[in-house]
Design a protein around this ligand. Structure first.
Ligand SMILES: Cc1ncc(COP(=O)(O)O)c(C=O)c1O
Length: 293
């Protein structure tokens, strides 16, 4: 199984991975799609395993969409995020019907053009930068005053509002405040800022008898603890904070049809650990693995 050219053997504690994904799912409404970041584990067997655990897949490239589809994920379980989607990337994703988060207003215009050419079952959201500041790790903080990711909500508010008024097919909002180093309060307030915006836009869309924004993608980023001495943040505490700041995301009775499809993403970092049942996969260190994942 281990070939001559392999320079690394990766061990996965699948029991631990399974228990962490079950825990994550138990904290959110059952309708939530938990998109595991393929970039953290672009390994077919692992993706097949997490599919069996009821997760979704978050893809940052069309290569990651392809491997997720090959692992058996169906298109509406796949979320395509990337700040640099080419026209052929957009076409690839739309022809397969995956959910697509536009990263900027130019991309929204491109999708609008492609929608005249391609019949698609894709749903569409837009990444919004809540401009909420940076965490303790500058490199992985992506919601500062300036960020190369997403449409800045304060600086381009009018254009953003116009996009949701002019494009009824735009039915989702998405944010990702940062990975590691961003406090739970910061992640929660980022969600809150988009929630307030979504509520406001839904009033305007309903007034125009347009479809509500009904997909809310909270991204990832809840910090993990890398040391045994530091108590990890609890997902249920994060959910309680989100419920307090954005209650409509968790409403169920009577408003199901109008409820908002919640999506969460993460790299499954929390799912790693020493343990019992493990699987080794031959490979090279160039296996694109994320440090610490
Ligand atoms: C858009 C997006 N979603 C989710 C994630 C996963 O974040 P984390 O592993 O910090 O939860 C990332 C990480 O880079 C990301 O860029």
């Amino acid at each position: 199984m281990i070939r001559e050219e392999d320079t690394a053997v990766l061990f996965y504690d699948l029991d631990h991975l399974a228990s962490r994904i079950a825990y994550l799912r138990s904290c959110f409404p059952s309708t939530t799609l938990h998109g595991l970041a393929v970039k953290a584990n672009p390994l077919l067997r692992i993706l097949e395993f997490t599919l069996g655990l009821g997760s979704g897949a978050e893809a940052a490239t069309i290569g990651e969409i392809a491997i997720a589809l090959r692992a058996g994920y169906v298109p509406n379980q796949i979320v395509f995020d990337s700040p640099v989607k080419t026209l052929s990337d957009l076409r690839f994703a739309m022809e397969r019907g995956v959910h697509l988060n536009c990263d900027n207003l130019e991309e929204v215009k491109r999708v609008n053009i492609l929608l005249n050419e391609i019949s698609t079952s894709s749903t569409f959201g837009i990444r919004i930068n809540p401009q909420i500041g940076v965490g303790s790790i500058l490199e992985s903080s992506v919601a500062g005053e300036y960020s190369k990711f997403g449409v800045p909500i304060n600086t381009q508010r009018k254009e953003l509002e116009n996009a949701f008024i002019n494009y009824p097919w735009l039915t989702g909002v998405h944010l990702h405040v940062g990975s590691q180093g961003c406090a739970m309060e910061m992640l929660t307030e980022g969600v809150g800022i988009l929630y307030d915006f979504m509520q406001e836009m839904n009033e305007k869309r309903e007034a125009n008898s347009e479809k509500r924004i009904n997909i809310f993608d909270i991204g990832g980023g809840l910090p993990v603890s890398y040391s045994y001495h530091q108590e990890p943040l609890r997902m249920e505490d994060y959910v309680e904070a989100l419920k307090a700041r954005a209650p409509g995301l968790f409403e169920s009775t009577g408003r199901r049809a109008q409820g908002t499809g919640l999506r969460a993403q993460g790299s499954g970092r929390r799912a790693q650990g020493a343990g019992r049942r493990a699987q080794s996969t031959g490979g090279t260190v160039e296996d694109l693995r994320r440090p610490g994942a």
